[in-house]
Design a protein around this ligand. Structure first.
Ligand SMILES: C[S@@+](CC[C@H](N)C(=O)[O-])C[C@H]1O[C@@H](n2cnc3c(N)ncnc32)[C@H](O)[C@@H]1O
Length: 200
């Protein structure tokens, strides 16, 4: 990619305790609220270094990791041998390129706020799921813009839960609901994180 916002962060990405703890909480929420099976091929949108997918890997057959960042994908690739499922890494901007595939589920952690057109993204998620396929996305609740201290390509200072639920339903998702998944405690403040679930 021409502008890899995570180029200089990828190598040390997992050294931040609150970041790892947050994704642990998100993974636990996903595992508690979704029915995953070893026959499933799920996609992790904005998979980064694999913090989320490595926790979900024991419960599915294959994970397709989609990330725009070469540097993050390189870090993830180093984990391949230790994962308890098959791993496919696709380097692409999923907000711009169309992926003509059907997955049993789409999971995502802390990536949605990097996407400009959320409505279009939810329609793409819907198109990439088989009937009955699961959606489980975690991201920040509305915040004042202080969460990020450097530019990593942020389009949204978190999300309004009701607005996001409406967008998910408009895209066609059934049983869409939002629960609290985690809180990130940083020196400048505490930031709550939601989990949106639903299915096609
Ligand atoms: C904040 S990181 C989260 C990484 C990981 N999910 C986690 O929770 O540790 C956001 C990731 O989304 C990726 N990303 C952002 N926009 C993307 C897009 N349009 N298509 C694919 N990946 C994207 C970034 O490269 C980055 O690796």
């Amino acid at each position: 990619m021409s502008n890899d916002y995570f180029k200089h962060k990828a190598g040390s990405y997992e050294e931040i305790n609150h970041r790892v703890e947050n994704v642990e909480n998100i993974a636990n929420s996903i595992l508690a609220t979704t029915q995953l099976e070893k026959t499933m091929n799920i996609m992790d949108f904005g998979s980064g270094t694999g913090l989320l997918l490595e926790r979900v890997a024991p419960y599915v057959g294959k994970i397709t990791a989609v990330d725009i960042s070469t540097a993050m994908n390189e870090q993830l690739d180093k984990k391949r041998a230790d994962l308890n499922c098959d791993l496919e890494i696709l380097e692409m901007d999923l907000s711009k390129s169309f992926l003509d595939r059907k997955f049993d589920g789409i999971i995502s952690s802390m990536t949605l706020h990097h996407v400009d057109d959320i409505r279009s993204m939810f329609s793409r998620f819907y198109a990439m799921l088989r009937d009955g396929g699961i959606l489980a996305l975690a991201d920040l609740d509305l915040e004042d813009g202080s969460f990020h201290t450097e530019d990593t390509g942020v389009f949204h200072f978190g999300f309004d839960r009701e607005l996001l639920l409406d967008i998910a339903k408009e895209a066609g998702f059934k049983s869409a609901e939002i629960t609290s998944a985690s809180t990130v405690c940083k020196p400048q403040g505490d930031y709550s994180v939601f989990l949106l679930t639903g299915h096609r």
